[in-house]
Design a protein around this ligand. Structure first.
Ligand code: NAD
Ligand code: GLY
Length: 396
């Protein structure tokens, strides 16, 4: 896609009288791809390319702001803070930084308050712009802070994990965990812009890259078997961080997510398919204690459980389940789910799974595969779900 090269000095959101879609100037000498999220006045672009963080052009289309606050964490700041400082220097004179502790176990109201403390102690007003520099945890918390602060200020997603680039930074779901349930407190709040710098993935630990691949894989079974075939051919290249392969995967995932979110921004129906594997996965994350298994690891093993449940309901065949299992394994992900309770493991899973945003009157609703490339959201008899849990949990 060709991008505009120059534009007048952007106005602040207040001067504009509301939100205007951001356009992305092409930083010189870079190949930037864009995917658009079409949501009327909440539309925004996703820029995908290598080296975008350090380039002032990446942020040139953003509105002016009275305060700019970058939220990041103690792992990402030393790795990528300098690049973003360089990128923002050409656009914003003064930038405050908030460095949070790192980990899913810090995706809490207490950590969220650290962001509010920084905003209030720096006298940030309604014309403040937040940036989320980091993975899905930083992105979800920054977005939620932006949704709540003074009842809503704009923010920009700068995702630095594969998982965040292909999923969490896009679509406007923001929030925190509660001890009784994952992501149960949150808001829909769309960013102004998403900047995916593929070069930031160079520093990502291999285990985190694999976790991101779980969210990449999910788009195949639920929507695009052609993409699943592409993944089967390119899984080794992705794990070796081949830039072209990563660029294609990030773009295709964002395109699919954009298509789904544009039809159902607030998950009144279709959008739930993006949670393939998540009902089982969230139970693993919460049941083991946040941070023991990575989110993507829960999603990987959870997709296999959801596929197995689909098979037992007659929706897919064993060959499809085996094919998905091979791909998940090749991504470097666990294929056996953890035991959450030695005495009543299936009962414990069911208990956690009832605390899910898709549940209705205590009835668990699963994202299942209704033939390869098509997802359906429906309930299943507890007895069958118990059989699946018994069959899929470690030890083999
Ligand atoms: P994460 O944010 O915890 O990041 C994973 C780890 O990688 C962290 O230790 C982080 O500090 C580190 N890291 C980040 N970027 C790095 C880099 N470039 N180099 C080295 N280390 C880096 O986890 P995640 O997998 O990015 O995101 C998972 C979270 O996203 C979960 O909380 C999940 O609920 C949420 N999520 C949200 C959505 C959504 O739609 N909002 C979708 C999927 C997942
Ligand atoms: N990650 C699921 C969604 O954004 O809906």
């Amino acid at each position: 896609m060709s991008l505009p090269i120059s534009h007048p000095e952007p106005k602040s959101l207040a001067e504009q009288g509301g939100r205007k879609p951001v356009s992305i100037p092409a930083p010189e000498g870079t190949a930037v791809q864009t995917v658009s999220i079409a949501l009327g006045e909440r539309s925004y672009p996703i820029a995908i390319g290598a080296g975008l963080l350090a380039m002032p052009g990446s942020f040139a289309g953003l509105p002016s702001a009275s305060s700019v606050v970058v939220v990041t964490n103690s792992t990402v700041e030393p790795l990528h803070g300098a690049a973003l400082r360089a990128g923002l220097a050409g656009r914003y004179a003064k930038v405050h930084w908030v460095v949070l502790p790192d980990g899913e176990e810090y995706k809490t109201s207490a950590t969220l308050n650290l962001i509010f403390d920084a905003l209030l102690s720096n006298a940030c007003d309604r014309n403040t712009l937040l940036f989320a520099l980091g993975g899905g945890v930083v992105g979800d918390m920054t977005g939620f802070a932006a949704a709540c602060y003074m009842r809503g200020v704009p923010f920009v997603q700068v995702p630095t994990t594969l998982l965040a680039q292909v999923d969490s930074s896009v679509g406007g779901k923001t929030g925190i965990n509660h001890p009784l349930g994952k992501n149960m407190i949150g808001a829909f709040h769309q960013p102004l812009l998403v900047v995916c710098d593929l070069a930031s993935l160079d520093t990502l630990p291999a285990r985190e890259l694999s976790a991101g691949l779980a969210e990449v894989i999910k788009y195949g079974p639920i929507h695009d078997m052609g993409f699943m075939e592409w993944l089967e051919a390119h899984m080794d290249a992705l794990r070796a961080r081949d830039r072209d392969a990563l660029a294609h995967a990030v773009r295709r995932c964002c395109e699919i997510k954009a298509e789904v979110v544009a039809q159902d921004e607030r998950e009144s129906g279709l959008r739930a398919i993006l949670n393939f594997g998540h009902t089982f996965g969230h139970a693993m994350e919460a049941g083991m204690g946040y941070g023991v298994w990575l989110h993507g690891e829960g999603v990987g093993a959870g997709m296999l459980m959801a596929a197995e449940l689909s098979r037992r309901l007659g929706l897919v065949d064993a060959a499809f389940c085996a094919r998905l299992r091979v791909l998940v394994q090749r991504a470097g992900l666990p294929v056996r789910a953890p035991v959450l309770d030695e005495r009543d493991n299936a009962g414990r899973y069911l208990e956690w799974m009832r605390v899910d945003k898709k549940s209705q009157a205590g009835e668990i609703r699963f994202v299942l595969i209704d033939g390869p490339g098509k997802a359906v959201v429906r309930s299943a008899p507890d007895a069958l779900v118990r059989e699946v849990i018994d069959a899929c949990c470690a030890p083999a």
